[in-house]
Design a protein. Structure first.
Length: 420
């Protein structure tokens, strides 16, 4: 039986060899077996490399997991806090330069649309369009200052006399009113105020003596603002392109796009703030003008400037308007001005801010308050003016970068090589 099976196998091999030779002769090419189809890509999961346990890993095994997470968060928060403190310290040291540059950016955001209009529609060169817009802006500011100073100089003597009469009325009210203060108590109060002035005379004198230095610093800052504004308006795109070219190649495009988005936010913020401030100034200025209170135009200008400081600016300027109305026209006029101030603030808070400012930038009120407080601590009133737009720009830039980031998972590797 075994011999028969061996003969049959030999016959089968001979038949297969004859069939192969016949196929080659018929086609003229050697018969080749078809290749195996390509194998699909294999998704592998990267396994962590085997490590030898060390003393540290054995120690970590004895520490609770929650405590390890808390320690990891703690040292990272400490590093971030140290970096933030270093940035604040550097800003404080360079405030004489950074504040004028910030003001120049705000002015550039306000004037850039006008420069672009002149450059596109009238075909003016960029430098000429920038110069014309800056000259027009300086003329408007100078005219406003002349009107404010003229009204102040003209109305100050009468207001001073009324303030003196008002102080006398207050003194009489303290004596005859519910407090029933005696002349001796009033004299003691006056003597205490005089003593405070005498004790702080050196401080007041030193502040007066430093007026010349402050004037020089103001002129230098003003020159830096004008100089920077001109070149921001003329060469802003080239300057930003140069800054992004310094960055690593992979970060240039995202940072450039984030910068453009932040600039659009700044332009929208400045436009909305100017519109809201103008409406506030017109509302309170009309109330003061109708009541024939002195300094109507200076008070309107003060309200306009104060509106650039969100939340607190309009309140402070409104209080000043109420006090001047009280001294100039009495308590009834002051009450009417107070009602006008409250009405304008309600209009701003419930209609203008959501309708106009909400489209430009959305910042939480807590962030606004913290930004204003930080700006006041770092640079006083000017810091309060530039703090909120800086936060708005950073908010837009960071959100843009986070939204554009595309993270590739590290634990999955797609291999196109066929498996063995």
């Amino acid at each position: 039986m075994g011999r028969f099976e061996e003969v049959r196998a030999n016959v089968r091999r001979a038949y297969e060899s004859m069939r192969t030779v016949r196929d080659e002769g018929a086609n003229g090419v050697p018969a080749v077996e078809p290749p195996d189809p390509p194998r699909p890509a294999v998704v592998e999961r990267r396994r962590p490399a085997a490590t030898t346990p060390t003393v540290n890993s054995r120690d970590d095994a004895e520490v609770p997991h929650g405590l390890r997470i808390a320690a990891a968060w703690s040292w990272r928060v400490i590093v971030i806090g140290a970096g933030a403190l270093a940035v604040l310290w550097l800003v404080g040291r360079l405030s004489q330069v950074l504040i004028p540059l910030s003001i120049a950016l705000l002015l550039s955001a306000l004037l850039a649309p006008m420069v672009g209009t002149l450059n596109r529609l009238i075909r003016l060169p960029r430098s000429l369009a920038t110069g014309l817009v800056m000259v027009a802006g300086l003329a408007a500011v100078a005219g406003t200052l002349v009107l404010v100073i003229t009204q102040f100089v003209g109305g100050f003597p009468a207001l001073s006399d009324k303030a003196t009469a008002g102080m006398q009325q207050v003194q009489d009210w303290l004596q005859t009113g519910p407090f029933h203060m005696s002349n001796a108590q009033l004299d003691n109060t006056f003597n205490a105020a005089t003593k405070w002035v005498n004790d702080h005379r050196e401080t007041l004198t030193s502040s007066a003596l430093s007026t010349a230095a402050a004037t020089l610093e103001f002129l230098a800052s003003l020159f830096l603002v004008l100089f920077s504004t001109f070149f921001f308006l003329r060469d802003g795109k080239r300057i930003w392109r140069f800054v992004t070219e310094i960055l690593p190649r992979g970060a240039r495009e995202p940072v450039a796009a984030a910068g453009e988005a932040a600039w659009l936010t700044l332009v929208a913020y400045v436009r909305a703030t100017v519109l809201v401030a103008f409406i506030d100034a017109v509302g309170i200025g009309l109330a003061v003008l109708i009541l024939r209170v002195h300094f109507a135009f200076p008070l309107a200008a003060l309200v306009f400037i104060g509106a650039f400081i969100p939340i607190v600016g309009a309140t402070i300027s409104g209080v000043v308007a109420v006090l001047i109305a009280l001294v100039d026209r009495g308590p009834v006029a002051a009450l009417v001005v107070l009602i006008a101030v409250i009405a304008v603030q309600q209009l701003e808070g419930h209609v203008l801010q959501p309708l106009i400012m909400g489209r430009a930038v959305s910042i939480h009120p807590l962030a606004v308050i913290v930004a204003i407080a930080t700006g006041v601590v770092q640079a006083g009133i000017v810091g309060a003016l530039v703090a909120v737009p800086i936060v708005a720009v950073l908010n837009t830039g960071v959100r843009h970068l986070v939204g554009k980031r595309r993270a590739t998972p590290e634990e999955v590797v797609v291999s196109s090589r066929p498996s063995p």
